[in-house]
Ligand binder design. Structure first.
Ligand code: NAD
Length: 260
Protein backbone atom coordinates (compact mmCIF):
# COMPACT_ATOMS: atom_id res chain seq x y z
CA UNK A 1 0.00 0.00 0.00
CA UNK A 2 1.07 3.57 -0.45
CA UNK A 3 1.65 5.21 2.92
CA UNK A 4 0.22 8.72 2.91
CA UNK A 5 -2.21 10.86 4.89
CA UNK A 6 -5.13 8.60 3.99
CA UNK A 7 -3.55 5.78 6.03
CA UNK A 8 -4.11 5.33 9.77
CA UNK A 9 -1.47 3.31 11.60
CA UNK A 10 -1.12 1.94 15.13
CA UNK A 11 2.27 1.25 16.67
CA UNK A 12 2.43 -0.49 20.06
CA UNK A 13 5.39 0.21 22.33
CA UNK A 14 5.84 3.46 20.41
CA UNK A 15 6.89 5.56 23.40
CA UNK A 16 10.42 4.21 22.99
CA UNK A 17 12.99 2.45 20.82
CA UNK A 18 11.95 0.50 17.74
CA UNK A 19 8.28 1.45 18.12
CA UNK A 20 9.06 5.15 18.43
CA UNK A 21 11.34 5.06 15.37
CA UNK A 22 8.60 3.25 13.44
CA UNK A 23 5.96 5.80 14.48
CA UNK A 24 8.31 8.57 13.30
CA UNK A 25 8.94 6.91 9.94
CA UNK A 26 5.24 6.29 9.30
CA UNK A 27 4.37 9.86 10.31
CA UNK A 28 7.13 11.21 8.02
CA UNK A 29 5.35 9.48 5.14
CA UNK A 30 2.14 11.25 6.13
CA UNK A 31 0.35 8.45 8.01
CA UNK A 32 -1.91 9.28 10.96
CA UNK A 33 -0.18 7.44 13.78
CA UNK A 34 -1.59 6.24 17.10
CA UNK A 35 0.99 5.59 19.83
CA UNK A 36 -0.02 2.65 22.07
CA UNK A 37 2.07 2.37 25.24
CA UNK A 38 1.95 2.04 29.02
CA UNK A 39 4.36 4.94 29.37
CA UNK A 40 1.90 7.84 29.22
CA UNK A 41 4.40 10.64 29.79
CA UNK A 42 6.75 9.70 26.97
CA UNK A 43 3.91 8.42 24.78
CA UNK A 44 2.13 11.79 24.95
CA UNK A 45 5.37 13.59 24.05
CA UNK A 46 5.98 11.42 20.99
CA UNK A 47 2.36 11.71 19.89
CA UNK A 48 2.41 15.49 20.23
CA UNK A 49 5.62 15.79 18.29
CA UNK A 50 4.23 13.67 15.45
CA UNK A 51 0.76 15.19 15.47
CA UNK A 52 -0.51 11.72 16.34
CA UNK A 53 -2.70 10.33 19.11
CA UNK A 54 -1.51 8.78 22.34
CA UNK A 55 -3.65 5.84 23.44
CA UNK A 56 -2.79 4.41 26.82
CA UNK A 57 -2.58 0.62 26.46
CA UNK A 58 -1.32 -2.29 28.49
CA UNK A 59 -1.16 -4.95 25.78
CA UNK A 60 -1.69 -7.71 28.35
CA UNK A 61 -5.06 -6.30 29.38
CA UNK A 62 -7.97 -6.79 26.97
CA UNK A 63 -10.11 -3.94 28.34
CA UNK A 64 -7.19 -1.54 28.08
CA UNK A 65 -6.42 -2.71 24.50
CA UNK A 66 -10.11 -2.33 23.53
CA UNK A 67 -10.19 1.21 24.91
CA UNK A 68 -6.98 2.12 23.05
CA UNK A 69 -8.28 0.76 19.70
CA UNK A 70 -11.57 2.63 20.23
CA UNK A 71 -9.72 5.91 20.87
CA UNK A 72 -7.37 5.44 17.90
CA UNK A 73 -10.25 4.67 15.52
CA UNK A 74 -12.32 7.58 16.83
CA UNK A 75 -9.39 9.92 16.21
CA UNK A 76 -7.97 8.63 12.91
CA UNK A 77 -10.45 6.11 11.53
CA UNK A 78 -9.85 2.38 11.10
CA UNK A 79 -6.14 1.54 10.89
CA UNK A 80 -4.63 -0.06 7.79
CA UNK A 81 -1.30 -0.74 9.50
CA UNK A 82 -0.56 -2.34 12.88
CA UNK A 83 3.02 -2.65 14.10
CA UNK A 84 3.54 -4.62 17.33
CA UNK A 85 6.64 -3.41 19.17
CA UNK A 86 5.52 -3.47 22.82
CA UNK A 87 7.70 -5.93 24.67
CA UNK A 88 10.35 -6.63 27.27
CA UNK A 89 13.81 -8.19 27.11
CA UNK A 90 16.19 -9.66 29.66
CA UNK A 91 19.18 -7.74 28.34
CA UNK A 92 21.48 -7.82 31.38
CA UNK A 93 21.48 -11.59 31.45
CA UNK A 94 22.47 -11.84 27.79
CA UNK A 95 25.56 -9.79 28.38
CA UNK A 96 26.64 -11.44 31.60
CA UNK A 97 26.00 -14.92 30.18
CA UNK A 98 25.34 -15.74 33.77
CA UNK A 99 25.01 -19.50 33.91
CA UNK A 100 23.67 -19.38 37.41
CA UNK A 101 20.96 -16.71 37.32
CA UNK A 102 20.18 -17.62 33.71
CA UNK A 103 19.50 -21.21 34.66
CA UNK A 104 16.15 -22.94 34.46
CA UNK A 105 16.15 -23.40 38.22
CA UNK A 106 16.32 -19.61 38.64
CA UNK A 107 13.35 -18.88 36.43
CA UNK A 108 10.18 -18.63 38.52
CA UNK A 109 6.89 -19.40 36.79
CA UNK A 110 5.76 -15.79 37.27
CA UNK A 111 8.73 -14.45 35.28
CA UNK A 112 8.30 -17.02 32.51
CA UNK A 113 4.57 -16.36 32.26
CA UNK A 114 5.15 -12.59 32.42
CA UNK A 115 7.40 -12.58 29.35
CA UNK A 116 4.97 -14.83 27.45
CA UNK A 117 2.10 -12.57 28.46
CA UNK A 118 3.63 -9.29 27.30
CA UNK A 119 5.58 -10.41 24.23
CA UNK A 120 3.35 -13.18 22.88
CA UNK A 121 -0.17 -12.81 24.32
CA UNK A 122 0.00 -9.01 23.94
CA UNK A 123 1.00 -9.35 20.28
CA UNK A 124 -1.73 -11.93 19.66
CA UNK A 125 -4.36 -9.70 21.27
CA UNK A 126 -3.47 -6.61 19.20
CA UNK A 127 -3.33 -8.69 15.98
CA UNK A 128 -6.79 -10.13 16.69
CA UNK A 129 -8.37 -6.75 17.50
CA UNK A 130 -6.78 -5.06 14.50
CA UNK A 131 -7.64 -7.81 11.99
CA UNK A 132 -11.27 -7.67 13.09
CA UNK A 133 -11.43 -3.97 12.25
CA UNK A 134 -9.40 -4.23 9.03
CA UNK A 135 -11.72 -6.93 7.65
CA UNK A 136 -14.57 -4.40 7.51
CA UNK A 137 -12.58 -1.97 5.34
CA UNK A 138 -12.95 -1.58 1.59
CA UNK A 139 -9.99 -3.03 -0.31
CA UNK A 140 -7.28 -0.55 -1.29
CA UNK A 141 -6.48 -2.10 -4.66
CA UNK A 142 -7.63 -4.55 -7.31
CA UNK A 143 -5.86 -7.40 -5.48
CA UNK A 144 -8.01 -6.84 -2.42
CA UNK A 145 -5.40 -5.59 0.06
CA UNK A 146 -7.05 -4.19 3.16
CA UNK A 147 -4.27 -3.92 5.70
CA UNK A 148 -0.90 -5.04 6.97
CA UNK A 149 0.40 -6.25 10.33
CA UNK A 150 4.09 -6.34 11.30
CA UNK A 151 5.10 -8.25 14.43
CA UNK A 152 8.38 -7.88 16.29
CA UNK A 153 10.00 -11.17 17.21
CA UNK A 154 13.76 -11.44 17.82
CA UNK A 155 16.75 -13.46 16.67
CA UNK A 156 16.29 -15.13 20.08
CA UNK A 157 13.35 -16.94 18.46
CA UNK A 158 15.99 -18.93 16.54
CA UNK A 159 19.11 -18.81 18.71
CA UNK A 160 18.16 -17.94 22.25
CA UNK A 161 20.93 -17.50 24.78
CA UNK A 162 21.52 -18.38 28.39
CA UNK A 163 19.11 -16.31 30.45
CA UNK A 164 16.65 -16.05 27.57
CA UNK A 165 14.47 -19.10 28.16
CA UNK A 166 11.29 -17.07 28.67
CA UNK A 167 12.20 -14.38 26.15
CA UNK A 168 13.20 -16.86 23.44
CA UNK A 169 10.01 -18.87 24.00
CA UNK A 170 7.87 -15.73 23.74
CA UNK A 171 9.60 -14.59 20.55
CA UNK A 172 9.50 -18.07 18.99
CA UNK A 173 5.75 -17.89 19.65
CA UNK A 174 5.51 -14.57 17.80
CA UNK A 175 7.50 -16.01 14.91
CA UNK A 176 5.46 -19.21 14.93
CA UNK A 177 2.06 -17.54 14.82
CA UNK A 178 2.93 -15.10 12.03
CA UNK A 179 2.63 -17.48 9.05
CA UNK A 180 -0.61 -19.14 10.22
CA UNK A 181 -2.05 -15.68 10.87
CA UNK A 182 -1.07 -14.64 7.34
CA UNK A 183 -2.74 -17.78 5.98
CA UNK A 184 -5.81 -17.20 8.11
CA UNK A 185 -6.16 -13.62 6.89
CA UNK A 186 -5.21 -14.05 3.24
CA UNK A 187 -8.86 -14.30 2.22
CA UNK A 188 -9.45 -10.96 3.93
CA UNK A 189 -6.66 -9.11 2.14
CA UNK A 190 -4.57 -8.65 5.29
CA UNK A 191 -0.85 -9.38 5.18
CA UNK A 192 1.04 -10.48 8.31
CA UNK A 193 4.83 -10.51 8.62
CA UNK A 194 7.42 -10.49 11.40
CA UNK A 195 10.85 -8.94 11.80
CA UNK A 196 13.50 -10.67 13.93
CA UNK A 197 15.79 -7.85 15.09
CA UNK A 198 19.34 -8.57 16.24
CA UNK A 199 20.82 -6.04 18.67
CA UNK A 200 19.51 -2.51 18.33
CA UNK A 201 20.57 0.66 20.11
CA UNK A 202 17.36 1.41 21.98
CA UNK A 203 16.61 2.42 25.58
CA UNK A 204 16.28 -1.33 26.25
CA UNK A 205 20.09 -1.46 25.95
CA UNK A 206 20.83 2.04 27.22
CA UNK A 207 21.13 0.85 30.83
CA UNK A 208 24.17 -1.27 29.94
CA UNK A 209 27.68 0.01 30.58
CA UNK A 210 29.42 1.35 27.45
CA UNK A 211 31.90 -1.54 27.56
CA UNK A 212 29.06 -4.06 27.38
CA UNK A 213 27.45 -2.20 24.50
CA UNK A 214 30.79 -2.16 22.67
CA UNK A 215 31.13 -5.93 23.22
CA UNK A 216 27.69 -6.47 21.72
CA UNK A 217 28.58 -4.32 18.71
CA UNK A 218 31.83 -6.29 18.29
CA UNK A 219 29.82 -9.55 18.16
CA UNK A 220 28.03 -8.35 15.00
CA UNK A 221 29.87 -9.72 11.91
CA UNK A 222 29.13 -6.74 9.66
CA UNK A 223 28.65 -3.91 10.17
CA UNK A 224 30.29 -3.97 13.61
CA UNK A 225 27.73 -1.80 15.35
CA UNK A 226 24.32 -1.97 16.95
CA UNK A 227 21.31 -1.69 14.69
CA UNK A 228 19.84 1.77 14.27
CA UNK A 229 16.11 1.88 15.15
CA UNK A 230 15.62 3.93 11.95
CA UNK A 231 16.79 0.85 9.99
CA UNK A 232 14.13 -1.22 11.70
CA UNK A 233 11.55 1.44 10.86
CA UNK A 234 12.53 1.49 7.17
CA UNK A 235 12.03 -2.26 6.97
CA UNK A 236 8.56 -1.88 8.50
CA UNK A 237 7.72 0.76 5.86
CA UNK A 238 9.14 -1.43 3.09
CA UNK A 239 6.98 -4.35 4.23
CA UNK A 240 3.86 -2.18 4.45
CA UNK A 241 4.53 -0.73 1.00
CA UNK A 242 5.35 -4.05 -0.68
CA UNK A 243 2.11 -5.89 -1.41
CA UNK A 244 3.87 -9.15 -2.33
CA UNK A 245 5.56 -9.42 1.08
CA UNK A 246 3.44 -11.83 3.12
CA UNK A 247 3.86 -14.56 5.72
CA UNK A 248 7.58 -13.78 6.13
CA UNK A 249 9.76 -13.75 9.23
CA UNK A 250 12.93 -11.84 8.34
CA UNK A 251 16.07 -11.32 10.40
CA UNK A 252 17.53 -7.80 10.56
CA UNK A 253 20.73 -8.48 12.43
CA UNK A 254 24.05 -7.73 10.66
CA UNK A 255 24.40 -11.53 10.22
CA UNK A 256 24.79 -12.12 13.96
CA UNK A 257 24.56 -15.71 15.14
CA UNK A 258 25.04 -15.78 18.89
CA UNK A 259 27.36 -18.47 20.27
CA UNK A 260 25.80 -20.55 23.05
P1 NAD B 1 12.06 -0.32 24.50
O1 NAD B 1 12.14 -0.73 25.93
O2 NAD B 1 12.85 0.84 24.04
O3 NAD B 1 10.52 -0.08 24.10
C1 NAD B 1 9.52 -0.98 24.47
C2 NAD B 1 8.24 -0.19 24.71
O4 NAD B 1 7.21 -1.14 25.00
C3 NAD B 1 8.33 0.78 25.90
O5 NAD B 1 7.88 2.06 25.51
C4 NAD B 1 7.41 0.15 26.95
O6 NAD B 1 6.76 1.12 27.76
C5 NAD B 1 6.43 -0.61 26.06
N1 NAD B 1 5.75 -1.69 26.78
C6 NAD B 1 6.32 -2.66 27.55
N2 NAD B 1 5.36 -3.45 28.06
C7 NAD B 1 4.17 -2.98 27.60
C8 NAD B 1 2.82 -3.37 27.78
N3 NAD B 1 2.47 -4.41 28.56
N4 NAD B 1 1.85 -2.67 27.14
C9 NAD B 1 2.17 -1.60 26.36
N5 NAD B 1 3.43 -1.18 26.17
C10 NAD B 1 4.41 -1.87 26.78
O7 NAD B 1 12.43 -1.63 23.66
P2 NAD B 1 12.84 -1.83 22.13
O8 NAD B 1 14.27 -2.17 22.12
O9 NAD B 1 12.33 -0.74 21.29
O10 NAD B 1 12.04 -3.17 21.83
C11 NAD B 1 10.84 -3.19 21.05
C12 NAD B 1 10.54 -4.63 20.71
O11 NAD B 1 11.62 -5.16 19.95
C13 NAD B 1 10.38 -5.56 21.93
O12 NAD B 1 9.36 -6.49 21.65
C14 NAD B 1 11.72 -6.27 22.00
O13 NAD B 1 11.63 -7.53 22.60
C15 NAD B 1 12.06 -6.37 20.52
N6 NAD B 1 13.49 -6.54 20.26
C16 NAD B 1 14.37 -5.56 20.61
C17 NAD B 1 15.71 -5.76 20.35
C18 NAD B 1 16.77 -4.73 20.70
O14 NAD B 1 17.94 -5.02 20.53
N7 NAD B 1 16.42 -3.54 21.14
C19 NAD B 1 16.14 -6.95 19.73
C20 NAD B 1 15.20 -7.91 19.40
C21 NAD B 1 13.87 -7.69 19.66
Amino acid sequence: MKIDNSIAAIVTGAASGLGEATARALAAKGAKVAIFDMNAERGEEVAQELGGAFCHADVTDEASVDAAFAKARETHGQERILVNCAGIAPVGKIVKRDRETGALSHLPLGKFAGAININLVGTFLCCAKSAEGMMALDPLDEHGERGCIVNTASVAAEDGQIGQIAYAASKAGVKGMTLPMARDLMGEGIRVNAILPGIFGTPMLAGLPEKAQAALAEAVPFPKRLGDPAEYASLVCFIAETGYFNGECVRLDGAIRMPP
